[in-house]
Design a protein. Structure first.
Length: 261
């Protein structure tokens, strides 16, 4: 597996991850709460970013629980909590731990990796084989297909063309339920949530920061030019402009009580 497109050592990446935590942690926590994770549980988060969700999990499973957080690069893992352990690892290469976790989760990780099927198989391999849960949250860029005005639609088409060349799958969310079913998980549930946001909002700031970090690569790709990027960023500053970008797809499944076949 190669490194993420958004390298942790890029200038401004710490602030971008903090923004992502503010935007996505509440949704992530709601789905985790719905699965009933509680005191004494053993949890694993892969692709933990700054560690905010794993720190929250560590508090929720205390006393007696164990929270493990894994990432390719731990340099931005600022979170601290009793019972929280950080590990460096590559989920495409191997499972992140033995098959003894009550809950395994990953968010906004699989669309970046070179072999998502191998990564999901390795995530499942870390689950306790009798009623443990896997929760995955990944993007589906379905909303950008009808983005307005025309120049915003053109920007996202260029972005998607660039991402395909980079090996990023921004439509992986819709593929996850079948992947979990093929691996023998049961009680699969999948929902999608999209945020409508305006210029100047946290989401607009997130995209401004992300595009700022990636801009040289976007322009060099030939799919997006300076004018189109500047036009999109200008909309991100307009409070009267409302849009939506990602349908975040949350998919959960449970290992059979009798163990995986």
């Amino acid at each position: 597996m190669t490194g993420y497109v958004m390298d942790h050592h890029q200038e401004g990446e710490r602030a971008r991850l903090e923004l992502m935590s503010r935007l996505l942690d509440p949704m992530h926590r709601r789905h985790l709460e719905a699965l009933g994770v509680g005191p004494g549980a053993r949890t694993l988060e892969v692709g933990c970013g700054n560690g905010s969700v794993s720190a929250w999990l560590a508090g929720r499973i205390a006393p007696g629980g164990r929270a493990v957080a894994v990432d390719l690069d731990l340099s931005l893992c600022d979170a601290q909590a009793p019972g929280l352990e950080f590990r460096q690892g590559d989920i495409v290469a191997a499972p992140a731990g033995p098959a003894d976790f009550d809950l395994v989760t990953a968010r906004a990780v699989l669309h970046h990796v070179t072999d998502p099927a191998a990564a999901v198989e390795n995530l499942v391999a870390s689950l306790r084989p009798d009623g443990a849960y896997l929760l995955l949250i990944e993007p589906d860029f379905l909303p950008v297909g009808i983005a307005e005005p025309p120049e915003v639609h053109a920007f996202w088409q260029g972005w998607l063309a660039w991402s395909r060349e980079e090996g990023i799958d921004y439509f992986i969310g819709r593929k996850l339920p079948a992947m979990l079913a093929d691996l023998g998980l049961e009680d699969i549930e999948a929902t999608a949530q999209t945020a409508l946001y305006n210029g100047g909002s946290l989401w607009a700031r997130y995209w401004t920061r992300t595009i700022g970090e990636l801009r040289p690569r976007l322009e060099d790709s030939g799919h997006l030019d300076r004018r189109l990027i500047d036009t999109f960023l200008a909309h991100c500053d307009e409070p009267d402009w409302w849009t939506q970008t990602i349908a975040f797809t949350a998919v959960s499944g449970r290992t059979p009580d009798g163990g995986l076949a």
